[in-house]
Write a protein that binds this ligand. Structure first.
Ligand SMILES: [Zn+2]
Length: 180
């Protein structure tokens, strides 16, 4: 039987999800992968402390005095993916970004100003907040497409194994029978 393979959306969303688990934020792990027009990865990022801000000293709290919470300091996945890029930013023209969580309004502005034209997101749990509403308003006005994508694949990577395996969770029963 011919080996099945991940399609582009599955591949890049899986990459974003794997990148997210690099984050040291105890409450929220977000990943972003910027992909150029030719379907090549340009940059990757996850949410974390600014460079030079020691992780141990970083306030990850979500409540309390503003300056003792993460909010004024944390760098979001999209911001880091854009900032991490060391190539020519013209490469971002017409690029896509895969994100595990819908971008906040600050990251939405960075996405727009850097010429990224499509956002593919997995989770939109803050859709009722003014921040995410502002993101969508800006994307609509400025011509950035956004669409939901929830991969229905299960990928297992085992240390020391030759390669990873994946299983399509939404494969219709009919197809399974035919392949037998
Ligand atoms: Zn953000």
């Amino acid at each position: 039987m011919k080996l099945d393979h991940l399609n582009w959306d599955e591949y890049y969303m899986a990459m974003a999800k794997m990148t997210a688990i690099r984050s040291k934020d105890p409450n929220s792990q977000v990943g972003a992968v910027i992909v150029g027009e030719d379907n090549k990865v340009l940059s990757i990022g996850y949410n974390g402390a600014p460079i030079g801000f020691n992780d141990k000293d970083f306030p990850w709290a979500r409540e309390g005095e503003y300056l003792k919470t993460k909010y004024p300091f944390v760098c979001h996945a999209e911001m880091n993916a854009i900032s991490n890029y060391r190539g020519n930013k013209k490469d971002f023209d017409g690029a896509k970004v895969y994100v595990t969580l819908f971008p906040c309004n600050e990251c939405a502005k960075l996405i727009i100003q850097n010429g990224i034209k499509e956002v593919i997101y997995s989770c939109d749990k803050y859709k009722d907040t003014d921040g995410v509403k502002a993101s969508k308003m800006m994307f609509d006005i400025c011509g950035v497409n956004y669409r939901a994508f929830n991969s229905k694949v299960e990928i297992s990577i085992k240390e020391g194994e030759k390669s990873a395996e994946f299983k399509r969770l939404d494969t219709p029963v009919k197809m399974l029978k035919r392949n037998k």
